[in-house]
Every structure is written in structure tokens, then in C-alpha cells.
Design a protein around this ligand. Sequence first.
Ligand code: FCB
Length: 485
Amino acid sequence: MMKNTPTTDNFPPGFIWGSATAAAQVEGAAWEDGKEDSVWDAFARIPGNVLNGDTPATAVDHYHRMPQDVALMKQLGLDSYRFSTSWARIRPGGRDVNPKGLEFYSRLVDELLEAGILPWLTLYHWDLPQGLEDAGGWANRDTAYRFAEYAQDVYAALGDRVRHWTTFNEPFCSSLLGYGSGVHAPGRQDPRAAVAAVHHQHLAHGMAVTELRELGAEQIGITLNLSNSIPRDPADPVDREAARLFDSLQNRIFLEPVLRGAYPEDSLKDLEPFGLHDLIRPGDMETIGAPIDFLGVNHYHDDLISGHPDTSGADGHGGGGARPKASPWVGAEHITFPSRGLPRTAMNWEVNPDGLRKLLVRLSQEYPELPPLYITENGAAYDDVVSGEGTVPDADRTRFILDHVQAVSAAIEQGADVRGYFVWSLLDNFEWSWGYEKRFGIIHVDYQTQVRTIKDSGLAYSRFAAAVRNGNSPAPEVPAAAPVG
Ligand code: FCB
């Protein structure tokens, strides 16, 4: 049971309280100062790909409003800002370096440091230059080499000021969703290409880790979206096998190459029909397993898994966007996600904070080689209403965030080495194939005027972080949230 007032105990000294965004979701300025299309610009232009025909072209205009946004971070008292650099801005079309693109990030980093905020940089949050997609994208091994070059460019410009480097954000999404299910850019539905994308992104990660390490980067890691895989009926072999498959595709084919330099044996067998064996060249796995300094964990919901058709009438996994959902579960399309009858967010994702505790404890127990963990994304979409007084009383989101923070605290108590938490997201933004329909921000954005308003959840998060920082003074009461059915 979650307590109504979260405790501030358990968080180790120096615990980082941050917030996150991604370039394609906030920057806008899609073709300014030399930037060319990323796969998301091109994908969003095709009718039917993104809800309401929304595109990332303007987003929340962070490219132009960056100083104001950093001032808001400072007002919230954030320790760190997790952002991503846009490859398509830095190497338009995947070609030569665009100094103007790098300048934007250099100004951002200076602004952050000036405000006392730690920059936490991600090199790839899904926005491949369209020029590289045209040459085969992540299905083409060459893209991994191009990524390593891009990593070096960014390090050359920012390495003197940025200590924390994340190679990839959620490779699951940009490989299996982008190339398998097609609900994400580039929208391909080709299981062999999806598996190739997995392997080539791993390789790109490993090569970038090696390069960045040689160049002198202090803290290098990757962010994975991991989930518990709970068989609907643990006594049913069909459900147990489905849960194994889901765990293999969602978690272990990402965790184990990176942490152990090897694909799990069962995953290798599962993915043999899709060509995984043929993709692995001598030396690849050693490169991929290059030691990292931290693992970022993104978590929004966990899943009950079944191998039987879903009769609950309510897929507990939610998801979708504008396009009919095709399965990203290469070779495991029969997996279903029965509802547990839990409250849901506006994404239709089930709310289960204790799932985060379980996941963190499991990782700590099953992976002795695990580096320190950071929750690099956690948060929730709800339909916000701006009040007559100009406030955004988002009690559901406040409850969600503080309950999950509490789950992190419980995991730490049980031995998980978690050193930071980044709420998703700083600002309402372009939520991929959902367009602007789903709001995750702790700061509300009026998309017509670009006016920003700190939501109540932002204020509560800020107060909670301050309470921890100031020596565990009593944390604020959490407003009761109406259940979302
Ligand atoms: C994650 C993404 C992030 C955001 C949240 C809601 O999968 O990394 O960009 O869209 O989901």
C-alpha cells in the first residue's frame, strides 16, 4: 500500500531530481538553421500516421524559447535536465556537421550550467536523419558507423561541459516499433528489418561507448524501457511461455547484450527465423558489451501477459496512436495483455506504482553486473484543465508521480542502487503518433500561444525534491486523486 504522504527517507545523498524531454518532441524549428527532416518529420507528414495530422514542425518552440524554459527549470529547483540532441540538426541528412545545429546545444548547456542545472544528454531519442533512413536506416549496418561519428561530433562540441552521456533512449521503440509494428517512424512493418535495427542499434551503442570513453567522457550509459512480465496464470504453461517471450523481447534482448555482451540463448532461438544470427559479426558482441557507468530505466506501466486470446475486453497495455496497432512482438504476435482492472491514465495505461519497485528490485537481484540506476522517465498523461485562476490542478498526475517516487524509495530500501529520478516530461509536447493529444508535462503549454503554466504536479514534485534535499523535512501532503476508470 502506498502511503498518502510520501516519505523523504531512503534517497541517498546527491540523489538527482530532474525532468526530461526529447528534441523532436519539444524543439520545433524543424527546418531552421540548416536542420533537415528527421524520420519523425517525414513520417508525420503522411496522412493517417499521427493523430489529427499533427507534426513536430513547431512543437513547443523550445528552440526559440530555451532560455525561458531553463528559467522555469530553475524555478522548479531541478537538479538536472535530460534532453536529447537532434542528429538531423547536427548532421542534416546524415551528411556533414552543421555548426549552427551544435551551437544551439552549446547555448543550452551554458544556460543550464549558469542556472546550476546538470545537463544529462541523450544522443538518440528516435529522430534519425531521413537521409540515412533513405539509405536503409537502422536495417543497414552502416548507420551504426554513422552514429559513432555523430557521437564524436557532439562530444567535440560539448564534452568540455557535459559529464553524462546516454547513447540511446528506448531502443525497443526505435527498432521494434519503428520497423516492426510501424506505429512509430519510419513506419516500416518488416520483422527482419526490425531485428536488424535491434542489432545495429546495439552495435551503434557499443561503438559510441568506446569512442566516448576514449575521448574522456566521465559517465556513459543507455536508457531502456523495461517492464515486468507477469504471467496471467502462473500455473498455465501457455501464459508462462508468453511471459517468457515478452520478457525476452521487451527486456532481455536489450539488457543482456549491453550488460553481458551476449544475447540470451532463448532470444537467439526465438529470433533465428528473422535472421539475428546472420547479423552478428565477429567482435560485435564484445563491442556491444563495453562497460557502462549507469543504466537509465524508463517505466510507465507493467503488464500482465497471456498466451491466450484476450477475453477481458480491455487490453491492459493500451497504446496505439493514429494507426491501427500492429504487433511489435516479432514472432510473438499472439501475446495478449489482459486488464487487471487497475485505474488508467489518458494513454489507457494501467497505473501500478508497485510494478516499478518490483522491476528495480528484480534488476538488482538478477543482474550482478548492473551499474547504478537512474529512472530517466516516469510520468503520466491526463486530460488537464486550466482553471479560471490560471492554475492546472492535476491531482491525478501529482498522485501518480509521488506514488512512483515512493516506489523508488521502497526499491532503494530493498537494495536497489537508484541515484536519480527524472519526471517525464518537463513540458507538454509532441507525443509521437498521438500528436499533441496527450499531455505529460509538469508544465502546461497552450499550443496556440505557447504560454507555459507550471501545473500543480510540478509544484508538488518541486516541493518533494526540496524536502529530500533539505534533510528530510516533512514532505507535502498529496492531494487525493479521482480514480481514472
Ligand atoms: C517514452 C518516450 C518518451 C515519451 C514517453 C511518454 O516511451 O521515451 O519520448 O513519449 O514514452
